[in-house]
Design a protein around this ligand. Structure first.
Ligand SMILES: Cc1ncc(COP(=O)(O)O)c(C=O)c1O
Length: 387
């Protein structure tokens, strides 16, 4: 198999798994216990919290553990807006559903939400943001990098505007951390969501960075763990694994980024050279190093994924959630794509274990299956496909 769906999830690294294993077996204590089992677990959590803080330039006490990126986004949005009932927030039309669905819930509860438009490359207009802020705006939530097309947003400029108006800024950095340098002070954000399984850590664990002094309503009540912000016995093994994944990702950031970029650029160049009627979507420069998003005219992305799977290649049309609900991509719609362009889209996201040989083989398979699909396409006459 050739796995090219790393934006959906990544394999857990061996070093990560090895560090996790003792916390399932001999070191199984509850961190809230006073005895040594408890102390061992607490120490492991503290060490992991430090490693997670380091990858985004935060302080350990600014890291709140969650069950993943979805919960981090929910905690940030409901945590701020719960204190500001009836108020106003701003987000964008291309956010992940883990931001958009909480926003829709807020609207039902009487808040007003502005969804900023994006241009054809998937970038938010900062002037639109400036114009949308009102004296009632309590929160802005804009993602750092998009999960479908990989476009990176101008968060630094956005944070300057938020500061001028005294508005809190949250960013969903789930796809960006571990791929590009991310620093909470440099970006000027108040809250940031991150997730372990996108950076070769285990699933079901994530974090919300909360800048010192920012007050959120707690989401889960009970025994008062995580400083009262999220009750429930900590997921110690997953926290340890997440910490190790962050440490490795931080230390190898430059090297990994260069490796991913090289594979991704090779994939794009070879595809453009060898297949006709293809476009690359998303921003040309401001994009994640592992993301290649294509539109192959006259092809259904879903048929293409099935064909690729038959040839041992795992790919995606975009967000895994959109596939489940069979909705057309809201991101591509927001970018102004036609139905035909959306239908023909394919996301290939490379990872650390991929090789140039795998990329070559993938393009060879695309070269074979795309003409097969186009030969029965209703658009065959319109485009005169030759391959
Ligand atoms: C941009 C973005 N936000 C949120 C999520 C949800 O993260 P998790 O799977 O950790 O809940 C994802 C995962 O696909 C994502 O890509």
């Amino acid at each position: 198999m050739i796995y090219l769906d790393h934006a959906a999830s990544t394999p857990v690294r061996d070093e990560v798994l090895q560090e996790m294993l003792p916390y399932f077996k001999e070191s199984y204590g509850n961190p809230s216990s006073i005895h040594r089992y408890g102390r061992i677990a607490t120490k492991a959590i503290d060490a992991a919290r430090k490693r997670i803080a380091e990858i985004i330039g935060a302080k350990p006490d600014e890291i709140l553990f969650t069950s993943g990126g979805t919960e981090s986004n929910n905690t940030a949005i409901f945590g701020v807006m719960g204190q500001n009932k009836g108020h106003h927030m701003i987000t964008s039309t291309i956010e992940h559903d883990a931001v958009l669905e909480p926003c829709r819930r807020l609207e039902q509860q009487g808040c007003s939400v502005v969804y900023l438009k994006v241009d054809g490359a998937g970038t938010v207009d900062v002037e639109d943001l400036r114009k949308s802020i009102t004296p009632d705006t309590a929160l802005v939530s804009i993602m750092l990098a998009n999960n479908e097309v990989g476009t990176i947003q101008p968060i630094k400029e956005i944070s300057q505007i938020c500061k001028q108006h005294n508005v809190l800024l949250h960013t969903d950095a789930i796809q960006a951390v571990g791929k590009i340098p991310v620093n909470v002070d440099d970006l000027g954000v108040d809250m940031m969501s991150i997730s372990s399984h996108k950076i070769n850590g285990p699933k079901g664990i994530g974090a919300l960075y909360i800048r010192r002094g920012v007050k959120l309503d707690p989401f889960v009540l009970g025994g008062g763990q995580e400083n009262g912000m999220r009750s429930g016995t900590e997921n110690v093994a997953n926290i340890v694994g997440f910490g190790k994944a962050c440490q490795i990702a931080r230390e190898a950031l430059e090297e990994n980024g260069a490796h991913l970029r090289e594979l991704r650029d090779h994939l794009i160049e070879k595809t453009i050279k060898e297949i006709s009627h293809v476009t690359i979507n998303g921003h040309k420069e401001n994009r994640l190093p592992n993301n290649a998003h294509f539109t192959f005219l006259g092809v259904s992305g879903e048929d293409l994924i099935i064909k690729l799977d038959e040839h041992g290649i795992a790919a995606s049309t975009g967000s895994a959630c959109s596939v489940r609900t069979q909705k057309a991509s809201h991101v591509l719609m927001a970018m102004g794509f036609s139905h035909e362009q959306i239908t023909g889209s394919l996301r290939l996201t490379v990872g650390l274990n991929n090789t140039v040989e795998e990329i070559d083989r993938t393009v060879d398979v695309l070269k074979k299956v795309i003409p097969e699909l186009r030969s029965v396409s209703p658009f065959k006459a319109k485009y005169g496909f030759t391959n």
